[in-house]
Design a protein around this ligand. Structure first.
Ligand code: PGA
Length: 241
């Protein structure tokens, strides 16, 4: 795993934004996997800024997000779909028909997971996938457990994960759904290139385990060690340097 360390979270966002913008500019067609949460906010801010200053076109980009809450409609303010519309899709001009998203209000959630896998495959798989990491080592909503899921699936959210998502629901953890839909471990590991962002001292313990520990379902992110093209984009606090 390649490890890149920058001074602070805004610097991580700027450097990763610049790296991704170069890829968007260079490729006529690009399939991007994208995360939500607090960590990627500086990345999306940087991409909005670079798009304006460079006149970057996103016309050839198709996106797939990692996950979505069950029971939250795409246009509800707490949905990850609404987050992405606000932070990236709207401002840089990615049209809805280039956006792949799980629908947590689908009548048949298992069928929705299968539809998503098929849509990613039909797009030719993800060229570049940006990931965050939970303080419990989750990627997407692949939570630590005795066994992990290979494919897109329904995931029960752990208490730490619900607590860290309370901000999306007016700060009230009881309003955070207990379940989500998430890409699985194989879905993630099939991306051609993986860029994992982690910022802040709270992520330092899990980053240390990811870097130095073995591969274990107790730390789903540790499976990234099996992938040949992963880089960690860290600030000094998360890298603990
Ligand atoms: P965060 O979430 O960016 O809000 O810390 C990361 C994650 O849970 O993947």
């Amino acid at each position: 795993m390649k490890i890149l360390v920058f001074d602070d979270a805004p610097a991580v966002g700027l450097r990763l934004g610049s790296y991704l913008a170069d890829i968007v500019a260079a490729r006529a067609e690009l399939v991007l996997g994208l995360p939500t949460g607090r960590t990627p906010l500086p990345l999306y801010a940087a991409l909005r800024q670079i798009t304006t200053t460079r006149g970057l076109s996103w016309a050839g980009v198709r996106t797939f997000n990692l996950d979505e809450f069950v029971g939250v409609a795409p246009d509800a303010p707490g949905s990850y779909r609404a987050y992405m519309q606000r932070e990236l899709f709207g401002p840089v001009g990615i049209p809805a028909d280039h956006v792949g998203f799980l629908d947590g209000t689908a009548a048949d959630l298992d069928a929705e997971c299968r539809r998503y896998e098929a849509a990613i495959a039909a797009a030719g798989g993800m060229d570049v996938l940006v990931l965050g990491i939970g303080t419990n080592g989750h990627i997407g909503f692949n939570e630590p457990a005795p066994a992990l899921h290979a494919r897109t699936h329904r995931a029960a959210l752990q208490a730490a994960t619900r607590a860290s998502n309370a901000g999306q629901f007016g700060g009230d953890v009881t309003c955070v759904p207990a379940e989500a839909l998430s890409m699985g471990m194989a879905t993630i590991l099939e991306a051609k290139e993986i860029l994992l962002m982690a910022t802040g001292a709270g992520k330092a313990p899990v980053v240390r385990q990811l870097r130095d520990g073995g591969i274990t379902t107790a730390l789903p992110a540790s499976f990234l060690q099996l992938h040949g093209n992963v880089s960690l984009w860290l600030d000094a606090a998360a890298a603990d340097v």
